[in-house]
Design a protein around this ligand. Structure first.
Ligand code: KG4
Ligand code: ZN
Length: 359
């Protein structure tokens, strides 16, 4: 099945043509990074206006690069949520109108499920159960996935997402937006042992994440060590800033991978997945690989262009649901806080699999 994927949940307008959920014929991404850079974060109003301008040319480009025309497209998959309402609506309305005009099926996709499917292109088929760490600017969750399409959140962030913490720390240090890639680059030249931070412990003993305390600890470190943020015209960030980046990154990685390892020991998955914008981070990938090797499990990452927001992953997730006969109708609309969890603790699926839950 030839699916057109459309993604506009945050600050990327993206379209992709994907065959049978595994073969990318085209994947076009128009990033708004430059537009939002002066503000150090995404400005929702600017984002939706830009999506409106870009969506049509991006879809046309995706069709052209795939050497197909609209009449070849058999179904449309669009991000329904979570995300910014104005941004989501642009994609959703466009997809609905296009599907209606072409008289083909369409489906709303959960953006986070899209990130899970981002590993479907470059890796062997996923063996279930799988454990997926989805870590981006908006989300930080670990999902237990007993079989394709079934999700149980086994860890979530209590406050900031990990990518958000990278972005905020970068902002405090006067570094560019988005912070993740810049902090990673500086961390390579830094010494983490010079700026140590504790990994947050959740008082009720759950395997959840918390990054806002780390952000505060970094702010205190900056103040106490009198670190000057990078200013325009500065030659290069100081060694102190590099050490701080290294220490901060090491703490985030330890928190993410440590929790994933704990849950993997408990839940005995057959595959580990690490996806989302922060999955580009090499230190995170290396730590996850070490854990996977230790547990004798495969770990799948998407390559860089599939880690950050894209429409190929939305098409792949949509393809999965469409093949199961699921369809949306014209009443479908954006769902800003759409959840990805269709298994409860008491769910028969989990009981049948004797998943040993502590939750
Ligand atoms: O998945 P994504 O494109 O958008 C959301 O759905 O949020 O993720 C963007 C996030 C940003 O917070 C960015 O700073 C972070 O991913 N990021 C990274 C790296 N590259 C992007 N974080 C750490 N290291 C990186 N190399
Ligand atoms: Zn995302």
């Amino acid at each position: 099945m030839l699916v057109l994927g459309i993604e506009s949940s945050c600050d990327e307008t993206a379209a992709a043509v994907v065959r049978d959920g595994r073969e990318i014929l085209s994947s076009v991404i128009s990033s708004q990074i430059e537009l939002h850079k002066p503000f150090g974060g995404v400005v929702p109003e600017l984002a939706s206006r830009e999506h409106l301008e870009k969506i049509e040319p991006i879809v046309e480009q995706a069709l052209e690069q795939a050497s197909v025309s609209l009449k070849d497209i058999e179904a449309i998959a669009v991000t329904q949520g979570p995300g910014l309402v104005g941004s989501l609506l642009v994609g959703v309305c466009y997809a609905k109108a296009l599907a209606f005009g072409l008289d083909i099926p369409f489906i709303g996709v959960n953006h986070i499920e899209g990130h899970v499917f981002s590993v479907a292109f470059e890796n062997p088929p996923i063996r279930f159960p799988a454990l997926a760490l989805i870590v981006s600017g908006g989300h930080t969750n670990i999902f237990f996935i007993p079989e394709a399409g079934l999700y149980k959140v086994v860890s979530r962030t209590r406050d900031d997402a990990a990518g958000e913490a990278f972005d905020k720390v970068a902002k405090m240090l006067g570094l560019d937006y988005p912070g993740g890639p810049v902090v990673e680059k500086l961390a390579k030249e830094g010494d983490a042992s010079k700026a140590k931070f504790p990994v947050a412990k959740i008082s009720d003993g759950r395997t959840d994440f918390s990054f806002s305390g780390l952000k505060t600890a970094v702010a205190r470190y900056i103040r106490e060590n009198d670190i000057k943020p990078v200013a325009e015209g500065d030659e290069a960030p100081s060694q102190q800033i590099k050490d701080l980046c290294a220490g901060f990154q090491a703490t985030v990685v330890k928190s993410l991978v440590g929790t994933m390892e704990k849950l993997a020991v408990e839940l005995e998955p057959k595959t580990l997945i690490v996806a989302g914008g922060v999955a580009c981070n090499k230190a995170l990938q290396e730590a996850a690989q070490r854990t996977a090797d230790k547990l004798n499990l495969p770990v799948y990452f998407p390559s860089k262009h599939l880690s950050t927001d894209n429409a190929a992953m939305i098409a792949a997730a949509g393809n999965f649901h469409l093949e199961r006969g699921e369809r949306a109708d014209l009443r479908m609309t954006a769902d800003v806080s759409m959840r990805l969890q269709n298994l409860e603790n008491e769910d028969a699926e989990l009981k049948r699999r004797k998943v040993r839950y502590r939750l």
